[in-house]
Ligand binder design. Structure first.
Ligand code: ASP
Length: 318
């Protein structure tokens, strides 16, 4: 049994391992681990205390994948329900022939299945940070009145910092039966344009699990993982016989090959069906965590670096 997670999964990994040790499935462990992060008041990139979009609305994205069947469930742009991972799992498990529900449909589904609600979604302290950020982006330091009719392009450009305001949680587990599951949850890219969906709820981009080969989950600039199909690519590289390290490097190099004006940071964690695991990042200093059934506590491991030079609207960034 093994669980790997992004570092912010520290709050949930031990209870996720407890779940596995007590007969829970890899899917159970992933859901329980991620719920702990979604409920963490210190966490501003996942769950109810995440930073909002440019209009001050919190829109949650999440997905879960079952490596036994490749069944998957995902929600995007969901408001008012903090446990996005649990709603995503229900999309997969209920009698519903769909994989991804977004916006009002996801909320309707969450309501219909009796998912826990959170009203209001945006806490005062988060609202204050949101307002400060808008004020700092304005030449006059005034907070603009943003309504449904406001032109937002310029505000999004000024207020979104590609480096500071993203974050996601990744969990991947192998249970006692050798089954693999992977889950991802995020409040997305803060101060984003409303309706923007990242890689987290996109199966194949930010999340992929296949018992026969392994699994991968991503954090970082989701647009890049969508364009390169990163999580699926890594698993496909395993399928054609590459080692885990080589598969992960190739998936990162595919990201480095992307053209265009918006290239930011990317990170992934991955494991193969033998239980080898790895983390990669486009910059140094990144870590991920892991725990096996014979460990009392999780440990940290360094992510291997594959540098991806940043570009932002034509300018090179450090
Ligand atoms: N990947 C997430 C997204 O693009 C954010 C992040 O991990 O930083 O929505």
């Amino acid at each position: 049994m093994l669980i790997i997670a992004s570092s912010n999964g520290a709050i949930g990994i031990e209870r996720a391992m407890w779940t596995l040790k007590n007969g829970g499935s890899a899917l159970d462990a992933v859901e329980i681990g991620i719920r702990a992060v979604e409920a963490n008041p210190e966490e501003h990139s996942v769950g109810y205390n995440g930073y909002p979009n440019i209009l001050g609305e919190l829109e949650l994205d999440a997905s879960i994948m079952d490596g036994r069947t490749l069944n998957s469930g995902a929600v995007a742009l969901m408001r008012g329900f903090p446990y996005a991972i649990s709603v995503a799992r229900q999309v997969m498990e209920r009698e519903l022939p769909h994989v991804l529900l977004a916006g009002a449909g996801a909320e309707r589904f969450a309501h219909e299945i009796g998912a826990e609600k959170w009203e209001p979604m945006l806490r005062d302290e988060i609202k204050a940070v949101w307002r400060e950020r808008l004020a700092a982006s304005s030449e006059s330091n005034d907070i603009p009145e943003l309504t449904d009719e406001s032109p937002l392009l310029e505000w999004v450009r000024l207020a979104t910092d590609p480096e500071r305001v993203r974050g996601t949680v990744n969990f991947i587990a192998i249970d006692s039966a050798g089954d693999i599951a992977a889950g991802v949850s995020t409040s997305g890219w803060a101060w984003k344009y409303p309706g923007r969906i990242g890689d987290s709820p996109i199966i194949g981009a930010g999340n992929y699990a296949d018992n026969r080969h392994g699994a991968c989950a991503c954090t970082g600039m989701g647009e890049m993982a969508i364009r390169a199909g990163t999580a699926r690519s890594l698993v496909l590289y395993l399928k054609i016989g590459l080692s885990l390290q080589e598969a992960a490097r190739r998936a990162m190099l595919d990201l480095r090959d992307l053209g265009g004006a918006y290239i930011g940071g990317m990170n992934l964690i991955a494991l193969d069906r033998e239980g080898k695991h790895i983390g990669m990042s486009s910059r140094s200093g990144g870590r991920y965590i892991y725990q096996t059934e014979d460990m009392d506590a999780f440990q940290e491991s360094e992510r291997e670096v594959v540098t991806i030079p940043m570009r932002w609207a034509g300018e090179a960034r450090k």
